[in-house]
Structures are given as structure tokens and as C-alpha cells.
Design a protein around this ligand. Structure first.
Ligand SMILES: [Zn+2]
Length: 247
């Protein structure tokens, strides 16, 4: 039976959290919590084993009366069977509580404002968090501040990248629209020129028509500068030209 050693559990971030958690100093009350929790875990990695050894002598007394002990309990849960993975497909924090520990795990997590989802994998209960804010909340609660910083940095850069991509896409959509509009305007001017000549147009429209023919790729603002008028006037006149061509 494989417990706590899935591919996700071996991801570098999981090891990083565990290494950081097992480096944190233990109070006497906290050692008690870990002494009660860790020996019941099915599988312990090296950092957790070291911590379990430190906590070995402690007598498992009344548990979780203090806030520090509740947070230590969460540390123990992660050390005993936790994993964290982040990637393009999202974030996933999993906790596989030792046997008989699920209800308490859920309750302590809820007290920290973390509402876990629960599922069963190969007969074992797995508690999961996917929401980045909640995962950050967990890392903060257990005192994994270095990992929290890395996690938040990754998250921010992913969000910035996503926003940048959205902007780039919006820009290229705008550009495509502009090019299509300019193309339609050139076609309209050509149609009018072939049909009746541009001289048939009122002079302001004829001026815009000639400017568009000369600069098929120019933006409205550029045409406006050349004609000594505003972008809005140019836009209105080009619209009129399209109507004349359609008529
Ligand atoms: Zn304590």
C-alpha cells in the first residue's frame, strides 16, 4: 500500500514545506501534539521522522487547548501526510490524516477558516484545498512563511502573465478590427471613384477619401492629423463615404 508517496507528494514544493515545518522550534505543549499525532501516520518522510523523534519523550496530554497547539496540529497533519502542488492547471493541497483523525483534522482546519473538500482515494480519506487564498491561509497558519512567500510570488506572476496575455489578445483583436475597417473604407472609395469619380463628393468627404486611398493602413488619428481635423470628424466622414458607396 502506498501512503503519502504519490507523485504529487514528491513534488519539490511538498518537500520544501515539510523541511520548513520540521525546522520550526517546538514548545513543550506543541511537542505533545506531535507525539500524539505523528506515530500514527502510516508513512513519514525524513523531516517528519526527525521531528517525531524530537517529540518522542513528550506525554500526550490534553490536546489543542491553545492556538499554538492547534497550529502545531496542522503542521503535524501536513508532515504526516500532506502534499502541495502548484502549476498551470491549478493548486492542490492534500492532507491524508492518520487513521481516526479525520473529524478532528476537519474541525481544526475549519477553525482556521479553511473549508476542506473530502474524498476517498484507495480507501483513505483525503482532505483537499484548491483555492489559492485558502492554501495561502494554511501555509500562514502552520508557519511555513518561506514557502508562503514562494507560493504567493508564483501566484502573482501567473496572474500578471494571464492578464498580459488577455491584453495582448485584446490588442490584436482591436488591430484586426482596425485593419478590416480600413480595408472596407478603401473598397468604398474605389467603388465611388469608379462609379462617379471622387469629384462628385462634397469636398470634405473627397479629402478624407483621397487621404484614405493614399494611406490605406493609417489610423483614424493619423488621418485626422494629416487633414488638420479630429479623429471623430474623420470617423464620421468615412462612415458617410461607406453609405455613399452602398447607395
Ligand atoms: Zn502549544
Amino acid at each position: 500500500m502506498t501512503r503519502g508517496v504519490s507523485a504529487v507528494a514528491r513534488s519539490p514544493l511538498s518537500e520544501e514545506v515539510k523541511a520548513e515545518l520540521s525546522r520550526l522550534a517546538l514548545k513543550v505543549c506543541d511537542a505533545r501534539v506531535l507525539a500524539a499525532l505523528l506515530p500514527r501516520a502510516g508513512h513519514l518522510g525524513v523531516p517528519a521522522r526527525r521531528l517525531a523523534h524530537v517529540a518522542e519523550g513528550a506525554v500526550a496530554g490534553p490536546l489543542l487547548r491553545r492556538a499554538c497547539c492547534r497550529r502545531t496540529y496542522l503542521r503535524g497533519l501536513f508532515l504526516a501526510g500532506g502534499s502541495l502542488s502548484t502549476g498551470r492547471s491549478g493548486n492542490l493541497l492534500e492532507i491524508r490524516p492518520p487513521p481516526g483523525e479525520t473529524a478532528r483534522a476537519r474541525a481544526v482546519l475549519a477553525r482556521e477558516g479553511l473549508l476542506v473538500h473530502e474524498r476517498v482515494r484507495r480507501g483513505c480519506i483525503v482532505l483537499t484545498l484548491r483555492n489559492a487564498d485558502e492554501i495561502a491561509g494554511f501555509l500562514r497558519a502552520v508557519g511555513a512563511t518561506e514557502t508562503l512567500l514562494r507560493f504567493e510570488t508564483k501566484r502573482v506572476s501567473r496572474e500578471v502573465r494571464a492578464r498580459t496575455n488577455a491584453l495582448v489578445n485584446a490588442d490584436s483583436a482591436n488591430l484586426a478590427r482596425t485593419v478590416a475597417a480600413a480595408h472596407a473604407q478603401v473598397q468604398a472609395v474605389r467603388a465611388i471613384a469608379e462609379r462617379s469619380g471622387l469629384r462628385g463628393l462634397p469636398e470634405p468627404l473627397a479629402a478624407v477619401a483621397r487621404a484614405r486611398l493614399r494611406s490605406p493602413a493609417a489610423s483614424l488619428s493619423e488621418l485626422a492629423v494629416r487633414l488638420g481635423t479630429t479623429k471623430w470628424v474623420v470617423r464620421g466622414r468615412l462612415r458617410s463615404i461607406l453609405e455613399v458607396a452602398r447607395a
